[in-house]
Ligand binder design. Structure first.
Ligand SMILES: Cc1cc2nc3c(=O)[nH]c(=O)nc-3n(C[C@H](O)[C@H](O)[C@H](O)COP(=O)(O)OP(=O)(O)OC[C@H]3O[C@@H](n4cnc5c(N)ncnc54)[C@H](O)[C@@H]3O)c2cc1C
Length: 830
C-alpha cells in the first residue's frame, strides 16, 4: 500500500478537459492502464488518452501490498514479470519521478521434495531468461532470515530480484512518463457507454463523448462492466484478498538498523501466505482455502462507486494462516495487528490476466483481470502496446490471451475456477493432475459411456475428454496425481492403450475439434492466399499453417476439402475462438465467403490401429476402405451419415469418424460390437500424446507458437515460396537466405523418472542452447522423447546435449529429422 497520498500529479485542466478524438483510449487508471499508456507513448503513439472514473490508483492499485516477484511456473508470465522488474529498477530515473522500490530478495519455502522439484524447474527457466534465481539448503536459511523456524522444511528458493514497490508511486511514475511524451490522462471521467460509428469507437463519458480508433479495457475489477458496453462477457470474478499490517517490532527495527536493509520477502507457499517486512513491522497476506468472492449474487451488487474503498475485515477466515505464520516466524507473535486491508482482487478462471484482442469486437483490446497487477503492470504494458501497434507480440502470450476462453466460460465457471485458483494460488501444477472445479461445461454425447468405461477426464477448451481409462481397483484419487514422476496408476494403462493402438485397434472420443465450414465463390483461392503452403485437392485432407508478418507460426489447421470452394478447417479445441477470429478477420468484406462454426454439433471418434480396417469393414456401406492415406469420403455407419477421414495423429492405420453428436452413441455401439473380435478398446489423451511424440507431430501452443518461425519450427515442407504472396513470405525468404538461427529437434533423453517438461533448458556443455517444447515417454519406442528448439549448430543428428529436468542434467541425443516410429509412414499408408 502507498505511503504517499494517491493524488494525480497532472495539471487541473488535464483532468477536466476531454479531447474529442484520440487514436487510442484506455479505460482505467490503475497500474496496468498507466503502463499501457506509457508503453504506447514509448512506441511513439502519443495521441492516446487514459480515462479514469475517479482518481488514478483508486481501483485495486491503491491498496495492493506491492510485492513484485519474478517467480512463475509459466514461461510467458515469468517473461512479463522479469520485464517489470527491469523496468521498475530504472523507471524513477527514466521519468524523473522518485519512488519507493525495495529490492529485498525473497525466500520461497518448500515443505516437500515435490516443491523442491518445482523450484528446480523454475530456477532453470529463470536462468534461461537471465535471472540468477538459486536453490537454498535448509541450513543456509537462517543466515538469510534469522527469525525463521526451519526444522520441518525441505529447502527453499532464493530470488534476488523480488521486492516491493509503492503501487501508487509506480502508477504516477508511469503516468508522468506517458504525459511527458504527450499522452493525456483525464480523471473523474467515468465511461458510461460505447458505440461503433463509421469504423470508429465513440465512448460516452460523464464529461462528454470521445471518438477513437482503438479502445483498451483496463478497468480492473470493473472490467465486466466495461466489457458489457462492447457486448463482451469478460470471464472474471472479484475475490476478496486481505493482508494485515502489524505494529512495529523492536527486534526487526534493530535488525534493519544493524544491516541497513529489510528482510527478504518470505513466501510459505505450502501453507499459502506471504510475509513481508513493512517498515519495522510485518505485512502478512494469506491466500485462504475458505475464500470469498464478492459481487456475484443479486443480494451483493457491486456498488456504482467503490473508489478507494475496502471490504470489512474478516480475520476469522485467516486464523489458521496467522497461527501458521506465527509458528514459522515467532517474532510475528509479538506484534499487534495495526490494520487490515481487505480489497477486491480480480481473477480470471486460470488466475492469469487477460491481455490481447477483445474477442468478437473490432479494434478493441483487453488488459484487465490482473491478480498480480503490480508485478505484471510493466510487462503487460509492453505486451498491450505490441498488440495495438504491431498486431502481434514479441513473446508468445497465449497463456494471457483473452481468446483462450469461449462463451462456455460463463459466470458459474468463472466463479468456481476463481475460488479454486485463489485457494490454491501457490499450488504445484502436476503433469497428470486435472483440476476438479468448473468441469463438465462441454460434454460429448458419449460422455456417460466413457465414464462407465473408467475414463479419467480432463478439460480441453472446456470439453471433457478421457485422459486415460482406469481398471477397477486402480487408484484414481487426486492425491495420487500429486507427483512430477511418470510413474503412477495411469502409467500401465497408458502403456496398454498405446500398445493396443500399435497391435490391434483403439478408439478415442474426441469432442471439440474446432470445426469451421468455409464455402462460397473463391473460397479455395482465398485460403491458398492466407496459408504458407499448398492446400489439399477436393477429396483429400492436408495441413496448412498461418504465419504472421514475421513468419512465425500463428496456427495450424487441417483442411478437409469437399469441393474447390467448400471445405472444413479443423483445429485444436483450445484454438476455437482464436482461429475463428483469425479467419473472420481475414475473410473478404463482400460476404462472398461464408464461415460457419460446427464445433458443438459434430463429434469425432478416432479409430486407430492395424486392425481398424477390419473393424470398419462390416459397418460401412459403400465406403472404399482401400482409399489412400489423406483421403476422405462419405459413408454410413449404423444408418448415420459419417465422414471418414483417413488420417491419424497416432501414426497407425486409422480413420477419423466425423458425425453429428446425436448419432455418436449408435456409431459407438456399432464400432464396439464389430471391434470385439479385433481387440478394439478405448484409449485416452495421455496415450495420444505419447503416440504423437513418437511421430514428431507438434501440438499448438506447445511446440507451435509465435515464439518460432516456420523455418525454426522445422516446417519448411509446408512453405511454398513459389506461390503468390502470403503473410510471412518476405520474412521467411530473408530467413531462408541467412539460414534460421534455431532449429526444431527431436531428442531421445536418458530421462530417469520424469520426462522433460515444457521449457526445460537444453545444454551443450556449459552453454544454454535451446528449450524443450514438449516431452514424454514413447511406449512403442520405449524411450523418453523431447521435442525442442535448439541453436542450429547443435541441431545436427547425433549431437550429444543435456536436457535439464527438474534441476538434473540428463544426457540427450539429437535424432535424424524423421519420425522415431515408422519413419516411412508405412503403417499410416497400410
Ligand atoms: C489486498 C490486496 C493486495 C494485493 N497485493 C498485490 C501485490 O502485492 N502484488 C501485486 O502484483 N498485486 C497485488 N494485488 C493485486 C493488484 O492490486 C491488482 O492486480 C492491480 O492493482 C490491478 O491493477 P489494474 O490497473 O488492472 O486495476 P485497478 O487498479 O483496479 O484499476 C482499474 C481502474 O479502472 C477504473 N475504472 C473502472 N471503471 C471505469 C469506468 N467506467 N470509466 C473509467 N475508469 C474506470 C477504476 O476506477 C480503476 O482506477 C493485491 C490486491 C489486493 C486486493
Amino acid at each position: 500500500m502507498s505511503d504517499s497520498p494517491a493524488t494525480d500529479q497532472g495539471s487541473t485542466d488535464q483532468s477536466s478537459k476531454l479531447p474529442s478524438t484520440a487514436r487510442v483510449v484506455i479505460i482505467g487508471g490503475g497500474a496496468v492502464g498507466a503502463s499501457c499508456l506509457y508503453h504506447l507513448a514509448l512506441r511513439g503513439w502519443r495521441d492516446c488518452v487514459l480515462l479514469e472514473k475517479d482518481e488514478l490508483t483508486s481501483g485495486s492499485t491503491w491498496h495492493a501490498a506491492g510485492n513484485v516477484p519474478t517467480f512463475s511456473a509459466s514461461w510467458s508470465v515469468m517473461n512479463m514479470q522479469r520485464y517489470s522488474t527491469e523496468l521498475y529498477r530504472g523507471l524513477a530515473e527514466a521519468v524523473d519521478y522518485p519512488m519507493n522500490y525495495h529490492v529485498t530478495g525473497s525466500i520461497r519455502l518448500a515443505h516437500s521434495a515435490e516443491r523442491m522439484m518445482e523450484f528446480e524447474r523454475v530456477v532453470g527457466m529463470g536462468r534461461y531468461q537471465g535471472l540468477d534465481v538459486e536453490m537454498c539448503q535448509v541450513e543456509d536459511l537462517k543466515a538469510r532470515y534469522p527469525f525463521l523456524e526451519t526444522h520441518d522444511l525441505a529447502g527453499a528458493l532464493y530470488d534476488p530480484y523480488d521486492g516491493d514497490i509503492d503501487p501508487a508511486q509506480l502508477t504516477q511514475a508511469l503516468a508522468k512518463g506517458a504525459r511527458d511524451q504527450g499522452a493525456r490522462i483525464v480523471r473523474f471521467c467515468p465511461v458510461t457507454g460505447a458505440r461503433r460509428d463509421g469504423g470508429e469507437w465513440v465512448l460516452e463519458t460523464k464529461l462528454g463523448e470521445i471518438r477513437c480508433e482503438t479502445v483498451v479495457n483496463a478497468a480492473g475489477y470493473r472490467a465486466r462492466e466495461i466489457g458489457a458496453m462492447f457486448g463482451r462477457s469478460v470471464p472474471m470474478v472479484a475475490m476478496s484478498h486481505q493482508y494485515l499490517l502489524t505494529e512495529q517490532v523492536p527486534e526487526l527495527e534493530a535488525w534493519t538498523a544493524e544491516h541497513g536493509r529489510k528482510l527478504p520477502l518470505l513466501r510459505d507457499v505450502d501453507s499459502s501466505y506471504y510475509l513481508r517486512q513493512e517498515k519495522a513491522g510485518f505485512n502478512l497476506g494469506p491466500y485462504e482455502r475458505n475464500c470469498r468472492a464478492h459481487w456475484v449474487t443479486p443480494d451483493d451488487p457491486m456498488p456504482d462507486d467503490f473508489s478507494f474503498q475496502l471490504y470489512p475485515d474478516d480475520l476469522d477466515r485467516l486464523e489458521w494462516y496467522i497461527e501458521d505464520a506465527m509458528a514459522r516466524v515467532p517474532l510475528l507473535g509479538d506484534a499487534g495487528v495495526s490494520r487490515v486491508i481487505n480489497g477486491p482482487i480480480p481473477y480470471a478462471p486460470d488466475g492469469n490476466p487477460l491481455i490481447g484482442p477483445m474477442p468478437g469486437v473490432p479494434n478493441a483490446f483487453e488488459a484487465c483481470v490482473f491478480t498480480f497487477g503490480i508485478a505484471q503492470a510493466g510487462g503487460a504494458g509492453k505486451v498491450l502496446a505490441e498488440w495495438v501497434v504491431d498486431g502481434s507480440t514479441e513473446w508468445d502470450m497465449w497463456s494471457c490471451d483473452p481468446r483462450r476462453y469461449g462463451a462456455w466460460a460463463d459466470q458459474d465457471y468463472a466463479l468456481a475456477k476463481a475460488k479454486e485458483v485463489y485457494g490454491h494460488e501457490y499450488a504445484m501444477h502436476f503433469p497428470f493432475h486435472a483440476w476438479p472445479a468448473g468441469r463438465d461445461k462441454r460434454v460429448s454425447s458419449l460422455h456417460e459411456r466413457m465414464l462407465e468405461r473408467g475414463a479419467q477426464m480432463g478439460a480441453y477448451g472446456g470439453w471433457e475428454r478421457a485422459n486415460w481409462f482406469a481398471h477397477p481397483g486402480d487408484d484414481t484419487s487426486e492425491e495420487s496425481t500429486q507427483t512430477w514422476l511418470r510413474a503412477g496408476p495411469w502409467e500401465p494403462r497408458i502403456r496398454e492403450e498405446c500398445l493396443r493402438v500399435r497391435d490391434a485397434a483403439g478408439v478415442l472420443d474426441l469432442p471439440g475439434f474446432a470445426r469451421f465450414e468455409v464455402s462460397g465463390a473463391g473460397a479455395g483461392a482465398w485460403l491458398r492466399a492466407q496459408v504458407t503452403g499448398p492446400i489439399a485437392r477436393p477429396g483429400r485432407i492436408g495441413l496448412v499453417y498461418f504465419a504472421d508478418a514475421r513468419g512465425r507460426v500463428v496456427t495450424e489447421m487441417s483442411v478437409v476439402r469437399f469441393e474447390p470452394d467448400r471445405f472444413w478447417l479443423i483445429t485444436a479445441a483450445s484454438a476455437e475462438l482464436h482461429d475463428h477470429e483469425l479467419l473472420r478477420a481475414r475473410l473478404p468484406d463482400d460476404g462472398s465467403i461464408a464461415l460457419e462454426n460446427h464445433t458443438d454439433a459434430i463429434g469425432t471418434l478416432i479409430l486407430a490401429g492395424p486392425r481398424s480396417r477390419e473393424v470398419l469393414a462390416p459397418l460401412v456401406n459403400g465406403a472404399d476402405l482401400q482409399a489412400g492415406w489423406l483421403t476422405h469420403q462419405e459413408a454410413q455407419i449404423a444408418g448415420h451419415g459419417v465422414r471418414l477421414v483417413r488420417v491419424s495423429f497416432t501414426g497407425e492405420l486409422g480413420w477419423e469418424v466425423h458425425a453429428p453428436q446425436g448419432a455418436m452413441p449408435e456409431i459407438d455401439d456399432a464400432l464396439r460390437s464389430a471391434g470385439a473380435a479385433h481387440g478394439l478398446g478405448p484409449f485416452g489423451m495421455f496415450a495420444l500424446d505419447a503416440l504423437r511424440l513418437e511421430k514428431g507431430y507438434r501440438t499448438w501452443k506447445g511446440d507451435l507458437s509465435t515464439d518460432y518461425t516456420m523455418l525454426e519450427a522445422g516446417l519448411e515442407r509446408f512453405v511454398r515460396f513459389d506461390k503468390d504472396d502470403f503473410p510471412g513470405r518476405e520474412a521467411l525468404l530473408r530467413e531462408r537466405e541467412n539460414g534460421p538461427a534455431k532449429r526444431f529437434a527431436t531428442m531421445i533423453v536418458d530421462a530417469g523418472e520424469c520426462d522433460a517438461p515444457y521449457m526445460s533448458t537444453v545444454w551443450h556443455g556449459e552453454e544454454k542452447v535451446g528449450e524443450i517444447t514438449s516431452g514424454g515417454w514413447g511406449y512403442r519406442v520405449e524411450r523418453s522423447i523431447a521435442l525442442g528448439i535448439v541453436r542450429t549448430d547443435v541441431a545436427e543428428p547425433g549431437t550429444a546435449l543435456d536436457v535439464e529436468i527438474y534441476g538434473d542434467r540428463r544426457p540427450a541425443v539429437v535424432q535424424p529429422d524423421a519420425a522415431l516410429w515408422d519413419a516411412e509412414n508405412a503403417r499410416l499408408r497400410a
